[in-house]
Design a protein around this ligand. Structure first.
Ligand SMILES: *Cc1c(COP(=O)(O)O)cnc(C)c1O
Length: 389
């Protein structure tokens, strides 16, 4: 490697994992799309290069880059964020085990647990990851792991992350954290003591809304166990998607900085607007988690949500009147997206479950892109004016 141990994130994003010189002197690591490679004389099973075994040259290159960016010993890429989450859980949980899990989860993770955990013999209990005083009562003799998210969706709540990692270590639990919303630019959960970091790389890591991928990162021994599970379940990432993901990673620092700045500017504008009843963004001093979020995060991310004083009707009119944001779910791309979680990401939950965690029908979520902040603010300004006429 040609950079020092103390290289900054921007430098790692460009240079980590790169082979110098690259094959044929290529500056861009080539896409090895082949499924299989010739075996040498004493290649054992573990030496076989095959895409499903996550061992081909483009996959290993991507793993090295991902690991360096998250500050992890090792990484394995997966076919989606859900593949990362389900494969990691299948690695750490056995039938009869119990999982503590955040009560404000990504919809897909919530639905996976509520619809499938039982068939694997897993028990789970939802906990409020912002209230350390409540966790001990939820722990059982068979509790094996705890799963939280760095920034929750869609209220942007920030758990007591340091306390979660400490609680897990004290009680011999494996701590897992979905770092999709924060990205390693804004949060470093492994440094806080978490065992495994999970990502939907579909979002910020790729950043261009054109790849579905995931990643699991952590200590080499633990990630190797995840990779074995992944090899058996078959959720490997295709090298072509991995090639695009590696390209996206090179600009991660630049993009996330722009997302952070734009979201803060838009959140401040919205918080001051008379038609807006509530803005959920951890970078605002009024956010209930602002103080510890400021200590844990180096940026507050590109996601915010809001409620309008006029409720659902005005929210729908505002979404219609906006010119820049696409009305679409998902997040983390360069373009601004706007959605109502009750109608999209959390539509799988019952209304009762949704409202218990604060996802009312009128809640609007924005994935703030990297357009110019002034243009985004001007667009919301005109859309709010139209919606409240
Ligand atoms: C999107 C998302 C996932 C699932 O990722 P896919 O790539 O769609 O499978 C998991 N966690 C969070 C926080 C997400 O935003």
């Amino acid at each position: 490697m040609s950079y020092g141990d103390d290289a900054h994130f921007e430098t790692l994003a460009v240079h980590a994992g790169e082979r110098r010189p690259g094959p044929e002197g290529s500056v861009v690591f080539p896409l090895y799309q082949g499924t299989v490679y010739e075996v040498e004389r004493d290649t054992g099973y573990h030496g076989i290069k095959y895409i499903r075994l996550n061992s081909t040259p483009s996959q290993r290159y991507l793993h090295d880059k991902l690991a360096a960016l998250e500050g992890a010993e090792a990484a394995v890429a997966t076919a989606s964020g859900m593949a990362a989450i389900t494969t990691a859980l299948h690695t750490v949980l056995r039938a009869g085990d119990h999982l503590l899990v955040s009560d404000c989860l990504y919809g897909g993770t919530h639905d996976f647990l509520t619809e499938h955990a039982e068939q694997f013999g897993w028990e789970h209990t939802f906990i409020d990851p912002r209230r350390p005083d409540t966790w001990e009562a939820a722990r059982r003799p068979n509790t094996r792991a705890v799963l939280v998210e760095t920034i929750s969706n869609p209220l942007m709540r920030v758990p007591r992350l340091r306390e979660v990692a400490d609680f897990a270590r004290r009680n011999g639990l494996v701590s897992l954290i979905d770092n999709t919303f924060a990205t390693p630019v804004n949060a470093r959960p492994l440094a806080l003591g978490f065992d495994l970091v999970l990502h939907s790389a579909t979002k910020y890591l790729n950043g261009h809304s054109d790849v579905v991928a995931g990643a699991v990162l952590g200590r080499a021994e633990l990630v190797e166990r995840v990779r074995t599970t992944l090899n058996h379940f078959g959720g490997s990432l295709d090298p072509h998607a991995g090639f695009l993901l590696a390209r996206g990673l090179k600009t991660l620092a630049l993009r996330v900085r722009a997302h952070n700045e734009n979201a803060l500017a838009l959140a401040r504008f919205l918080a001051d607007h008379p038609a807006v009843a509530e803005v959920n963004y951890p970078g605002l001093p009024g956010h209930p988690d602002h103080a510890h979020a400021a200590e844990l995060l180096s940026g507050f991310g590109g996601m915010l949500s809001l409620r309008l004083a006029g409720g659902l009707d005005v929210a729908e009119r505002m979404i219609e009147a906006l010119r820049l944001p696409y009305p679409a779910p998902s997040l983390g791309g360069v373009e601004t997206l706007i959605t109502r979680p009750a109608a999209t990401s959390h539509a799988g939950m019952s209304r009762g479950d949704r409202e218990r965690i604060g996802i009312t029908d009128d809640l609007v979520r924005v994935s703030v892109g990297v357009e110019h902040a002034d243009d985004l603010v001007a667009d919301f300004d005109q859309a709010l004016a139209k919606a409240t006429l």
